[in-house]
Design a protein around this ligand. Structure first.
Ligand code: NAD
Length: 372
């Protein structure tokens, strides 16, 4: 393997391998881009079959975080960490504390958080060694469960789509098909119902969750596979990835696809086909950034009201993205990437000229001001 070629291929700045024999820690941190700020991205723990698989995953995920932070207006870069191991059997206090010490050594370059296979408790162990972690317990200034914020942000994005397509952001009377009524989807159903939505079709493999949506919010249950066929204006995927594909696309009768699930499009080509069918697609990583925006507020001292305020900007972010799509005559999935790249380029150019004076101020050794 040619190391520089592998990490340079997608523009990564730094990839660090951490090994700690005593705890069995084998971790990779990938820092994709820090132009906008420290690279923030969760710690994934997974029993990867081999190192190559782990490396591929961390490189892909960290790049995604750069774009997600950039389009969300955050002053953060993109990074991610993977811990090779089985989250069911290989966790220990020492393991996460060793990881905390390691990432502490990266200074301001990387901030970690919860992800697949890790929990708030794991973040607490990391927090004992470094403050370069968000998503800690609320008693330590953490922001708690991100899913209500992700749901709130997704609903703001849905409103921006409604406004674009029908000329009004009102949810009243509009029909929806919500796939997956878990932490995020369940909250979305609640908000849609509260705002007077028309029919809300729901499906979930978990029958209790479906029952809750039906009993409490008057949703209409449909079998899992029929969610693609219902007569609803907006399809809201909140369960799995790759649900927009060659099989499902011809069946969709909606005008808008706007949901929280990650990686909704099976491929980029699918995104272009969605556009050609006249369906307005809200790119997943723009509309589902509420959780990230919420957790980022921890870095300024957490405040719930400010977090909601910041997450509500997703409405504007989606509007700006549609403007770029129109300006350049490109599908929305592509406009999302362009929006991220343009912000990184623009802000990257707003650098203060580097001077000795500026450097002194940073290090707290500013020369005495003279008062004339
Ligand atoms: P969750 O596990 O709480 O909910 C997912 C729901 O989907 C569950 O109720 C599950 O039973 C259901 N489900 C699984 N397979 C299904 C299928 N084939 N058909 C219908 N339902 C199915 O997860 P969540 O936190 O609500 O996240 C939902 C989606 O949003 C995921 O794709 C997640 O990656 C994404 N997301 C979540 C957050 C967040 O803050 N939680 C942030 C960004 C993105």
């Amino acid at each position: 393997m040619n190391v520089f070629e592998t990490i340079g291929d997608r523009g990564h700045e730094q990839v660090v391998f951490f090994n700690h024999a005593a705890t069995g820690l084998k971790a990779i941190v990938a820092i994709h881009n820090t132009v906008l700020g420290p690279a923030l991205g969760g710690l994934r723990m997974w029993p990867y079959a081999n190192e190559q698989e782990a490396l591929t995953d961390v490189l892909r995920l960290s790049r995604g975080m750069t774009y997600k932070a950039a389009v969300s207006g955050l002053n953060l870069g993109g990074g991610k960490a993977v811990l090779i191991g089985d989250p069911k059997t290989d966790k220990s206090e020492a393991l996460f504390r060793a990881f905390g010490r390691f990432i502490g050594s990266l200074g301001m370059r990387y901030i970690t958080a919860e992800d697949v296979g890790t929990t708030v408790e794991d973040m607490e162990y990391i927090f004992q060694e470094t403050d370069r972690v968000v998503g800690v317990h609320p008693v330590h200034g953490g922001s708690g469960d991100p899913s209500p914020f992700t749901a709130f942000g997704t609903v703001q994005g849905i409103k921006a789509c409604l406004n674009k397509h029908y000329g009004s952001p009102n949810i009243g009377g509009i029909s929806f098909a919500v796939q997956g009524t878990g932490s995020v989807g369940g909250n979305i159903v609640k908000m849609l119902a509260k705002e007077g939505a028309g029919k809300i079709f729901v499906c979930d493999i978990n029958e209790d969750r479906v029952a809750k949506a039906v009993d409490e919010y008057g949703a209409e249950p449909v079998p899992l596979d029929e969610i693609y066929d219902v007569d609803a204006k907006v399809f809201v995927p909140c369960a799995l990835g790759a649900v927009i594909n060659n099989d499902t696309l011809p069946r969709l009768r909606c005008d808008i696809i706007a949901g929280s699930a990650n990686n909704q499009l099976e491929s980029e080509e699918t995104g272009t086909l969605v556009e050609e069918r006249g369906i307005l697609y809200a790119p997943d990583y723009v509309i589902n950034a509420g959780g990230l925006i919420n957790v980022a507020i921890e870095l300024q001292g957490y405040n719930r009201e400010r977090a909601y305020q910041a997450v509500s900007m997703i409405y504007t972010n989606i509007e700006n993205l549609f403007r770029i799509a129109e300006r350049d005559s490109i599908p929305t999935w592509q406009a999302a990437n362009r929006m991220g790249e343009e912000r990184i380029r623009a802000i990257g150019n707003v650098r203060l000229p580097y001077s000795k004076r500026f450097k002194d101020r940073l290090s707290g050794r500013a020369p005495k001001q003279s008062h004339h």
